[in-house]
Design a protein around this ligand. Sequence first.
Ligand code: HEM
Length: 415
Amino acid sequence: MTAGAGRTGRAGRAGSVRFAAAHTLPVLVRGFVSARPRTGRGHAAPGRPRWSAATLRALRARHGGAPVLVRGLTGTVLLILDPQDVRQFYAEPVDTLALASAPGAPDGCAHAGLRAERRAVDDAVLAAGLSVHPSCGPFLSVLAEEARRLTAGGSLELARARHVVARAARRIVLGDAAAEDVELTRRLGRFHDKTGARIAAYAADAEPHTLVGRARRHADPTGSLDPVGQARQWLSAFDLVPGLMLRTLLLLGAHPAEQSAAAAEAREADAAKGALPRLRACVRETLRLYPAVPDLIRITRAETEWRGVRHPAGTCVLLPALFHQRDPERVPAAHVFVPGRWASPEAARDIRMAPFSHAEGRCPGEQLGLLVTAALCAEVLRGHRVHGVRPALDPLGPLPAALEPQGIRLRLTRR
Ligand code: HEM
């Protein structure tokens, strides 16, 4: 069947059930109901990625690439399976294709009324357009200090990585006074508690280079913004870093030549300035294989048209980013770790790949997230060689579909 203008596929009952079981339900449940509060606006919780590539490929073949409407228990989802529709997904203004957010969560209105203003604060404070954040110097000092705990035991697993990253995140977002406040991190996911007051208290005295320090200086002509309140989202977003760092180091453990090159970069003088292009490429490639946000979800706020077919406002549109960026029909060596594919600046604009999304919804913390993750990896690699203990990865064979951070264990030996 060829998909042309005027076509939207509609999955049959069996196709919908298979899709819902493997994909939609876990994503929607994860995104809207349960674990969402654990991470910030724009981030699904770093839970189990679902691998439904075979189902998606079958749907794409059956419907000739046209967007497919699939039914799930929570409603109907318009699934984007072809590059031409991926292009439209990013081209639609965010007023029309709105980022889905959790009903009832404090950020539930983030993408309606004040979205543009909040986004301006995010962009300014996180320095979205700059590869090296203006507070890079103090941030790298914090990361170097905290990273000593990463290598202390000769082995590395999730609990230690989370402890270290959470401490660093509190210092970067709220300042050194918050370093010890483990309870604050634990309470971040809960609403209607005293976390907001605690964050405001730290913010009042935070050093100027911290994120809240920068937010304090942000102009608010409307008088209706709460830039300091956004600190909660920024803190939560750092929760993506421990798993990302462990996966990157595990992949480097299985690719010794890449590891040696990354370690050499970590020892160069420029490393102190946070550039680390090779390590950043390794982090991006890890995210291509194991994205922190495997599905991008939007809710339409007006009627939209896809290949000549109109869909009413309120349609849920799902872009399965993981499927696209690991699609062997369109991405060379799709299941292999090839950091070099990110060497050219155009790679970050390639819409087949979306570890940080694209266009108006693109992650404003992209560069800061890359800086932090690459700098922590650099701290480990500077003095240590990393060996993956588990899971075992075959550097030549296709990499596994999922890599649960909880299951990763690394051994570190002195260089
Ligand atoms: C390091 C790993 C990170 C990854 C992989 C990541 C990924 C993403 C993605 C894919 C989105 C867009 C979601 C969508 O389009 O539905 C997003 C949004 C967002 N991210 Fe990140 N992010 C990371 C780190 C950070 C950090 C460190 C911060 C802040 C400190 C941050 C703040 C945000 C915010 C505020 C949004 C919402 C943007 C909006 O509403 O327009 N992210 N992130």
